[in-house]
Design a protein around this ligand. Sequence first.
Ligand SMILES: CC(C)(COP(=O)(O)OP(=O)(O)OC[C@H]1O[C@@H](n2cnc3c(N)ncnc32)[C@H](O)[C@@H]1OP(=O)(O)O)[C@@H](O)C(=O)NCCC(=O)NCCS
Length: 180
Amino acid sequence: MRTDVTLRPLDPDLLDALLRTAVADADPREVMPPVPGSTGWTAGAREAFLRFHRSRSLSAEPVEATFAVLVGPEVAGAARLCPAAAPAGPAAASGRTVEAGRTAEAGVWIGRGHRGAGVGGAVLRQLLDRARADGFEAVLISTRPDNTPVHRLITALGVALVHGPDAVTARVDLTPGRPA
Ligand SMILES: CC(C)(COP(=O)(O)OP(=O)(O)OC[C@H]1O[C@@H](n2cnc3c(N)ncnc32)[C@H](O)[C@@H]1OP(=O)(O)O)[C@@H](O)C(=O)NCCC(=O)NCCS
């Protein structure tokens, strides 16, 4: 397990560093919702990235917690935990019930230069620990059917994948006695 990987709550300085990492080392589609009519890191895409994080994590009433992923001193990606509001999306796809406030959706991206070296696995473990410490009882993960790295991260936790036509989902149980 990587010991040089840490999660640090996003702040304005880290957001600037995160944008630099995203532009240098990731595709916009990997790190934020699609920007209509835009391909690549246009000025509009950069602004959308900043707006996305400022509105969701750095506002007076944040809707999710975002963390910069540090590998040593370097900002290498981001991870997030978003309280699930209703039984929709991944929960509906997996046929499970989400209890609002007790379940979080998780997301993570790592810059290309750090992928495939165990960073994602270390981030997911730390994210689950934070979710548990914050009182969540479960974490939902949803990804594309072809995202093998995420599938492997989930199965390494001993958690089953639920295969849908457009997404693969998983529910990580955080209640005591569970392996994750
Ligand atoms: C998904 C992601 C976060 C994984 O991070 P990572 O640091 O590469 O993950 P790890 O190095 O810990 O590898 C995780 C597993 O995937 C495997 N893996 C990594 N890259 C792979 C590839 N290109 N093809 C197949 N398997 C791969 C690893 O071998 C490992 O499996 P193992 O433990 O069974 O050997 C990273 O690939 C990424 O940021 N992708 C783009 C954004 C994204 O898809 N985010 C997820 C949205 S839910």
